[in-house]
Design a protein around this ligand. Structure first.
Ligand code: GLU
Length: 470
């Protein structure tokens, strides 16, 4: 790699499960690293495990990346489509004497394994076909191809996060690169693909660290230039245990359903395991500018929903009102019985600046906007019912004409409410709270003047009338 080699990173998920937050963070780091260096971010779908890979899982991964704004710069590479190339490289290694055919039968391998385990040794292939003449091959056994791995010395990796890591070559056996049925093994396929895709930096979870030694041996055998490796620590649950469904090892799209903004989730995942001083709130642009692998910590990080929710609130308040209104209306439209028409849309848009001040998620935001869409008769929660005493209803009846006489602007409503409170020797809250109950069916809403203005004259007065008559 020369100084001018453009940086190319890749995210290489296996479509055997969901795109969960661990994968999302790996994708994000690859994306940010590439962007920071003006390079390219690629995607490879590692679908060689035909039995476990599904098109649905691939779809969910692509959708999840799209939602997070982490689309690759080139069309995705499907590993399964490259099997012929993987086999070609295996044959090349064979021709160069860097690999050999192994005719050991399954029974032999099973026995080798059982004996090693019984003797307390790690189960390793004993190299029985390494130097044997293939002419001695038993009839009918289809050979696999094994890498002729170095038996002495060490394999060393300068990891950009973990530092120097090494393993004694005596610890590693001659791994299979092409199975007897002609299919490539996963470790081999990854090396061939990364090489062919021109990947300069492999950034992935540290659960792949031990694979790296074997992959490095393949690079060395082919005489290929190795990429730089960066193994990032995994994300654990809040209790320190490996992330499971219970902790949110769910599809990132689940976070969308739960009302998180992609920029908030990305900001959270970035800060989880990477730091730049005290900076907490980082936009995509800032992250691209600042991201470096030196800032990635070595310890596993813990998923903290409270922190994510807090960050989401911060991003929500900064988000564009039109975008938020669109999302809220989409969520409300899914609620049975709610009709979203132009009037409702106008109300939600009008009140959005006030609504977003008090919500931490889009789900909360939609819930707080629900009263703007609900048809009459409203249902009243217990607290609202308690506020709507006979006295309160009488008060609202005398307040109604005063409101009707205003221009229904926020300022006009505010002035009318204040004048009414003063004239009737009430505190503003004593007027506003029953009014809020009548208008929303609840006891919380944005400021009452803005709430009235958003509902509009006709609807506000109709809702007041509904509690003051009959
Ligand atoms: N396909 C692997 C996984 O989903 C990633 C392999 C790699 O990044 O090299 O865990």
């Amino acid at each position: 790699m020369t100084a001018e080699t453009p940086i190319r990173t890749r995210f290489a998920p296996s479509p055997t499960g969901l795109l969960h937050i661990g994968g999302a963070r790996t994708a994000l780091f690859n994306y940010l690293f590439a962007r920071h260096h003006g390079g390219s971010f690629l995607l490879r779908i590692e679908d060689t495990d035909r039995a476990r890979s599904t098109p649905e899982a691939t779809e969910v991964i692509l959708k999840g990346l799209d939602w997070l704004g982490l689309n690759p710069d080139e069309p995705p590479v499907y590993q399964s489509a490259r099997e012929a190339r993987h086999a070609e490289v295996a044959r090349q290694l064979l021709e160069q004497g860097r690999a050999y055919r192994c005719f050991a039968t399954k029974a032999e391998l099973d026995q080798m394994r059982a004996e090693a385990i019984a003797a307390g040794r790690p189960p390793r292939y004993d190299g029985r076909w390494r130097d044997r003449d293939p002419g001695e091959a038993p009839p009918g056994v289809k050979p696999s191809i094994r890498l002729r791995a170095p038996q002495e010395g060490v394999t060393e990796v300068e990891d950009l996060v973990q530092g120097t890591v090494r393993v004694a070559n005596a610890e590693l056996d001659d791994m299979i690169i092409l199975r007897s049925d002609g299919t490539p093994t996963y470790l081999h396929a990854v090396v061939v693909d990364d090489h062919d895709m021109g990947i300069t930096h492999v950034i992935r979870g540290d659960d792949h660290l031990t694979n790296t030694f074997r992959q490095v041996q393949i690079y060395n055998a082919m005489g290929w230039e190795k990429p730089r490796f960066a193994h990032i620590p995994l994300i654990h649950g809040a209790d320190g245990a490996k992330l499971s469904k219970r902790h949110g090892a769910v599809s990132v799209l689940e976070f969308e359903r739960e009302g998180f903004l992609p920029e908030a989730l990305c900001n959270y995942l970035l800060r989880l395991g990477w730091g730049h001083g005290d900076a907490e709130i980082l936009s995509r642009e800032q992250a691209i500018e600042l991201f470096d692998l030196g800032g990635v910590g070595r310890a596993a990080s813990r998923m903290d929903y409270a922190k994510l929710t807090h960050l989401n609130g911060v991003w929500l308040r900064q988000a564009d009102d039109t975008r938020l209104a669109r999302d809220v209306l989409r969520r409300l439209a899914e609620e049975p019985g709610l009709v979203i028409d132009d009037t409702v849309e106008a109300r939600v848009s009008l009140l959005m600046p006030a609504l977003k001040e008090r919500a931490k998620t889009l789900v909360e935001l939609a819930a707080s906007a629900g009263f703007l869409a609900r048809p009459q008769p409203l249902t009243f929660d217990t607290k609202a019912q308690l506020l709507l005493t006979p006295e309160a209803r009488t008060m609202l009846a005398s307040l109604a004409p005063r409101l009707e006489a205003t221009d229904f602007s926020v300022a006009g409503i505010d002035a009318a409410l204040r004048a009414f409170a003063e004239e009737t020797s009430r505190k503003l809250g004593q007027v506003a709270q029953p009014l809020r109950a009548a208008l929303t069916g609840t006891t919380t809403s944005p400021p009452i003047d803005a709430t009235l203005a958003a509902l509009g004259r006709t609807e506000s007065l109709a809702r007041i009338r509904a509690v003051t008559t009959g």
